[in-house]
Design a protein around this ligand. Structure first.
Ligand SMILES: [Zn+2]
Length: 511
């Protein structure tokens, strides 16, 4: 038996046509998989039918998961609550929206019609792989979504990285397909010209273009081959048309995606032969480094650089530094200097003895070291610091994270008295028998600037469910307008004695 499958995107069928293939087998019990809603028996269904959408969505999700596992090993379970963390529920068509999302409970895709043309977000392998990418990253780095503390991670680069990671998974998923690689190299032999693989979610962007016009931020596909240069997100506009780099997370994510694309491209072009086989090897090399770095990079305000540096360090461990130049040049091309791998060089001696890496989490750092750190970071004595250990570039390290509560008062009506909890990580190692600081000390003012600037982008895009907006929506009968999102990404919840900004979902369409 066989199914019809769109390997890339409904709008790129001229480059990579719909094809008939055997569906991937069901996932084994005991490994992460999906529970796809509304199953139908396998058959050759026509594009645009619900039965087609079931098999298309299933195949795309499994393809993304398989791609991840070829780089990072078997995934045992997702970071989702509920009785079965091995089966992530997937809704191939959950109703009328021009969107797709991951909300730590499910992946959801939708249908939307404009001018007689329908957009099914679940019909695009790009979109399904992107959302699966959010879920994969969340499975290994739940702190980047920060629901651990019942909040939202409010740093711009960390949220933009989550979006970029979804796009990198979509890019890698496309490259995992031999026919796609052959078609790609026919039009872009050195990956240096625009093509259907580096362009992501074409059909969904076209739906936004038809519905909301060319100036909407999502009215063009995001492109991994781009020339966007990193800038401090606090200095970028809160929103703008597709061609403009803004602080909005999808827009800003393009800088990191460009760095990753160019890492693949540099590794590929540094080889002797350029074949679809060596392209997959280059993509796998870069993909492994990306995943390893994403697992380990400290969640600083400058997260793009932190991940890039961790890629260099991991390359040292995994490949004896063979791709260092390829990585450094790729990031340099987007304005991110990785410098030497000085992420883990001692900067200052700290009070107390060397961290006890093998000790229980509570006693990795001595009391004297913790006290010294808190004093240097301007933290109230008795505040909570989360301490963990990790290995980076072959070196054991301790990571201590303080969550600074940043006031959102003044950013929008409804945010008075609301706070966001922002991570401030520091790395601690040893110099001889002494504890030593291995990273820059976070500055409270920088944390506040970054958080407030990020939340301004959410306000500009209407993504926070504010109590006032909810009341208004109820009065109007909950009909969402073109400008007000019916799917907010953030909301305000009471946690203890604080009103805290929390993330509800990563949303990837009209916003
Ligand atoms: Zn996304």
């Amino acid at each position: 038996m066989a199914i019809n499958f769109i390997p890339n995107d409904p709008l790129t069928l001229a480059s990579m046509p719909i094809r008939t293939q055997a569906p991937r087998p069901d996932r084994p019990a005991g490994a992460a998989g999906f529970s796809i809603q509304n199953p139908v028996a396998e058959d050759l269904f026509a594009q645009g039918t619900p039965d087609f959408l079931f098999w298309q969505c299933r195949e795309a999700a499994l393809m993304a998961l398989e791609t991840w596992e070829s780089l990072a090993g078997t995934l045992a379970e997702w970071g989702i609550p509920g009785p079965d963390p091995t089966r992530l529920p997937v809704f191939p068509n959950d109703g009328l929206e021009l969107n797709a999302y991951y909300d730590r409970e499910s992946l959801r895709f939708f249908e939307h019609s404009t001018a007689g043309k329908s957009t099914f977000s679940g019909a695009s392998t790009d979109v399904v792989a992107h959302e699966t990418g959010h879920a994969l990253l969340d499975a290994v780095r739940p702190d980047l979504m920060n629901r651990i503390l019942g909040g939202a991670n409010p740093l711009p680069e960390i949220n933009a990285f989550h979006e970029s990671f979804g796009d990198c998974v979509a890019f890698l998923t496309a490259l995992s397909d031999p026919d796609t690689r052959a078609a790609l190299l026919a039009v872009a032999p050195d990956l240096g010209t625009a093509n259907f693989v580096e362009a992501l979610m074409e059909d969904l962007a076209d739906g936004v273009l038809r519905f909301l016009g060319p100036d909407h931020p999502s009215a063009q596909p995001r492109r991994a081959l781009n020339n966007f240069q990193w800038e401090l997100p606090t200095l970028l506009p809160a929103s703008g048309p597709p061609a403009v780099l803004t602080g909005e997370e999808h827009s800003f994510s393009r800088v990191f995606t460009g760095c990753f694309h160019d890492t693949v491209r540099n590794i590929f072009n540094s080889g002797q032969d350029r074949t679809e086989g060596t392209l997959w090897t280059a993509a796998q090399t870069a993909g492994k480094l990306l995943i390893a770095a994403a697992r380990k990079a400290p969640e600083t305000a400058r997260f793009f650089q932190a991940v890039g540096r961790a890629m260099v360090l991991e390359d040292q461990t995994l490949n004896a530094g063979a791709h260092r130049d390829a990585i450094v040049r790729a990031f340099d091309g987007h304005g991110i200097r990785l410098g030497s791998a000085a992420m883990t060089a001692p900067r200052a001696a700290l009070a107390g003895g060397a961290p006890r890496m093998a000790a229980a989490v509570g006693s990795v750092l001595t009391r004297a070291t913790r006290r010294d750190l808190m004093e240097r970071m301007g933290i109230q004595p008795g505040s909570r610091m989360v301490v963990d250990t990790l290995e980076l570039g072959g070196e054991p390290l301790a990571k201590a994270v303080y969550h600074r509560s940043v006031s959102l008062t003044g950013l929008a009506a409804g945010l008075e008295g609301v706070v966001a909890l922002a991570p401030e990580p520091v790395l601690v190692g040893a110099v001889g028998a002494r504890a030593a600081l291995l990273s820059a000390l976070p500055e409270p003012v920088t944390t506040e600037d970054e958080v407030r600037s990020y939340v301004s982008t959410l306000v500009a895009a209407g993504r926070i469910e504010l109590p006032e907006g909810r009341r208004r929506a109820r009065r109007r009968g909950a009909v969402a307008s073109a400008t007000q999102s019916s799917l907010p990404t953030h909301a305000i919840r009471v946690r203890g004695d604080q009103k805290v900004l929390v993330r509800l979902r990563f949303l990837c369409g009209r916003h």
